[in-house]
Design a protein around this ligand. Structure first.
Ligand code: LMR
Length: 339
């Protein structure tokens, strides 16, 4: 029998653990599909008083599955206890929107949850915990969570826009008649809401600009964007509840993108803190942007051509009559074509 060298056990906290998304996600994590076949995991499941029975049921099913990598399952309703030493926090638990609601309608109700969980992460989790916020409105919830966790680097907080990225790739692949894996460089800009911008101008199909492959530019400009923006809402109308399986898959994708090196020339989208961003996007919000990772759990923002031009413009502001120029051009400014 092959001898495995096990990595050190890692703790993964999941809120909303008795919910539909988690029911898809937890079994993927426990099977090794997410963190790899040599990575033992401890699952720390956070529920609410109302869901505690269901949470016990989830833990029973996880245990009965005899996953070799699953070394610990614990459940609780106190985030300060459940988040203890967590290296990943997947914050799914929140009231989901129903038919006819926008995600922003959940601001008040869910914002409270994320303030409390931010405080709990700050107090209990590993100081370098990576946090992925899924509960809506996820960008603002991630910001609330981050602001309540000042000891954790702001960079470690993500709002999940990978589902939007996947939806966008799917639509482009279907339209172009190619397999999904041929679509790359898909940026989702902004909010996980109907104002998001799925960027077909910088996306590629078989390595070519989308507009060279999809000649129906009217479709791209008029239908594609709206399809991606409204996909979540359309699904809620059909199912009577929000997406769960595809959301779980996109959480897996988001984690894997952070723990494996990003393929040469490609990138992935994540809602991250805007401070210091090279795109001229206002600071101090959580905004989906293109990211690359070395596979160490961290990421850096892709420095694209637009970012370079914006930085150059700031640099020459004294020549364009827009005030005092300042240069913050990074030395390693890279164009996507050069990666
Ligand atoms: C989704 O995009 O499917 C989720 O964010 C749920 C929702 O409210 O749309």
């Amino acid at each position: 029998e092959e001898t495995k060298s096990w990595k050190k056990l890692i703790s993964i906290a999941v809120s909303g653990a008795a919910g539909m998304i988690s029911n898809h996600l937890l079994f993927k994590i426990a099977s090794g599909e997410v963190f790899g076949p040599n990575q033992p995991v401890a699952l720390k499941l956070l529920g609410s008083e109302r869901s505690i029975q269901a949470l016990e049921g989830v833990a029973m099913e996880l245990e009965d599955s005899l996953f070799p990598l699953l070394r610990e399952v614990s459940i609780g309703i106190n985030p300060y206890e459940v988040f203890q030493d967590a290296e990943w926090a997947l914050l799914i638990g929140a009231k989901p929107r129903g038919p006819g609601m926008e995600r922003a309608d959940l601001l008040d109700i869910n914002g409270q949850i994320f303030a409390e969980q931010g405080k709990a992460l700050n107090a209990s989790a590993s100081p370098n915990v990576k946090v992925i916020v899924v509960g809506n409105p996820c960008n603002t919830n991630a910001l609330i969570c981050m602001k309540n966790a000042p000891n954790i680097p702001a960079k470690n907080f993500h709002a999940l826009t990978r589902l939007d990225e996947n939806r966008a790739k799917c639509q482009l692949a279907l339209k172009a008649g190619v397999f999904y894996d041929q679509v790359s460089n898909m940026t989702i800009w902004g909010n996980h809401s109907t104002t998001q911008v799925p960027d077909f101008l910088n996306a590629r199909i078989k390595g070519l600009p989308v507009k060279e492959v999809i000649k129906d530019h009217k479709w791209l400009e008029e239908e594609f964007t709206e399809k991606v923006q409204k996909r979540g809402g359309v699904l809620i109308k059909k199912w009577g509840r929000s997406s769960a399986a595809s959301t779980a898959v996109s959480i897996v994708d988001a984690i894997r993108s952070l723990i494996t090196p990003t393929p040469e020339g490609d990138w992935f989208s994540s809602g991250v803190y805007t401070n210091g961003n090279p795109y001229g996007i206002v600071e101090d919000i959580v905004f989906s942007m293109p990211c690359r990772s070395k596979g160490d759990g961290d990421y850096e923002l892709v420095k694209d051509s637009e970012a370079e031009l914006l930085a150059e413009k700031r640099c020459v502001a004294h020549l364009t009559g827009e005030g005092i120029g300042f240069c913050d051009l990074p030395e390693d400014t890279m164009l996507p074509g050069e990666m």
